[in-house]
Design a protein around this ligand. Structure first.
Ligand SMILES: Nc1ncnc2c1ncn2[C@@H]1O[C@H](COP(=O)(O)O)[C@@H](OP(=O)(O)O)[C@H]1O
Ligand SMILES: [Mg+2]
Ligand SMILES: [Mg+2]
Ligand SMILES: [Mg+2]
Length: 350
């Protein structure tokens, strides 16, 4: 089928990267966390770099020749004074992962690692094929020992055609309030989706695979919604106004990263609301994999004007106000509640 080879390579790369991240998270030392310079100051760890180097290396091994990767991180900070020690740690981590996997029989130098990280500088766009990678989405969740995801997607002529979400800290069974997962439940899932072929979930070791579907809930009173854990990433007051207008009774499920898309794709919750504060421009790597995982599971992902997300315009998503996600039945009600809430919010306060 169209993208079988690419999907197999993406699952392999994301699984290897997830195992590297899991190892680091278990032994995370504060020294592994640096905050990136510049306005956003979102943290970045040895695992973000290690994951990006590993995914980039594996994909280039599987697809030698033309290769285009749009990825979040670059090696600029690592090449500065004082970066040497962290580069050594990253190199060791990546080589340990490659040795344990055994497929490639190579040991990479620090320069190989920096080059692999920097091969993620493509701008993407509407022509040709581009891999899109967030090596750790939800680094804030990662550093506090909570949820994060390795998010890898493939763009083909501007459309997302496959996505893989490795979620090392997500329990295999539902996390919804309605069905709290059993305490001895296995933790670590990988979701994958290919255009036109549905969404599947497997444990990180790939031992079994199930097809997943979004929640069939039609009554908003029975629905629950996901939103960012970070109030800095999404306006929680707006989400609660929308939920109230919609008639949602349950409290929000607040989680870091695109794990929210994975959990929604298997029906743990019926809605995801994301309203960044003014001026923030969403990056394609924060949503490419998650969006296809939901849409291939029967869900709908649009901006606040009801428009599909457009991944063909380079590294950024130009969208109207925010991102709303739900199933086909609830989406018309959700859309009306969003419009009414935005109208109310924009009215001058008395
Ligand atoms: N002000 C902001 N508004 C919205 N998203 C932001 C943001 N600052 C950072 N982010 C993005 O939000 C992502 C995490 O999403 P969530 O809030 O769902 O956990 C971060 O991904 P990284 O952790 O890969 O940097 C980061 O790219
Ligand atoms: Mg980041
Ligand atoms: Mg991200
Ligand atoms: Mg990231």
């Amino acid at each position: 089928m169209a993208y079988d080879k690419e999907l197999a390579a993406a699952i392999k790369a994301a699984s290897l990267a997830a195992r590297l991240c899991r190892k680091v998270q278990k032994a995370l030392l504060q020294s592994d966390v640096r905050s990136k310079h510049g306005r956003n100051k979102s943290p970045v760890t040895v695992a973000d770099y290690g994951s990006q180097a590993l995914v980039s290396f594996v994909l280039q091994q599987e697809f030698p020749g033309e290769f285009s990767l749009v990825a979040e991180e670059d090696s600029n900070d690592l090449r500065k004074d004082g970066g040497g020690e962290i580069v050594e740690r990253i190199t060791k981590l990546v080589n340990e992962s490659l040795t344990s996997d055994g497929s490639y029989g190579v040991s990479l130098s620090s320069e190989d690692i920096l080059k692999a990280i920097d091969s993620g500088k493509s701008e993407g766009g509407s022509q040709g094929r581009h891999w899109v990678l967030d090596p750790i989405d939800g680094t804030k969740g990662f550093v506090k020992g909570d949820q994060y995801a390795v998010a890898l997607a493939l763009l083909d002529r501007g459309n997302v055609v496959l996505g893989v979400l490795a979620c090392p800290n997500l329990p295999l069974t539902s996390i919804s309030f309605a069905h709290p997962h059993s305490p001895n439940n296995e933790v670590g899932c990988l979701f994958f989706a290919e255009v036109g072929r549905g969404t599947y979930m497997q444990p990180l070791d790939g031992s079994s695979t199930v097809k997943v579907q979004v929640s069939a809930v039609e009554n908003p009173e029975e629905a629950s919604f996901f939103e960012s854990y970070e109030a800095a990433h999404s306006m929680h007051d707006l989400s609660s106004l929308i939920a109230q207008k919609l008639g949602v009774k349950a409290a929000p499920i607040r989680m870091d990263s695109q794990v929210k898309y994975g959990a929604l794709s298997r029906g743990d919750g019926a809605i995801y609301l994301r309203f960044p504060r003014n001026g923030y421009r969403e990056k394609i790597w924060d949503h490419a994999a998650g969006s296809i995982v939901v849409t291939e599971a029967g869900g709908v992902v649009t901006d606040a004007a009801g428009k599909q997300l457009d991944f063909s315009k380079g590294k950024y998503l130009d969208l109207d106000t925010g991102i709303i996600v739900s199933n086909q039945k609830l989406m018309p009600l959700l859309f009306d509640a969003v419009r009414a809430s935005l109208a109310q919010k924009s009215k001058p306060q008395p």
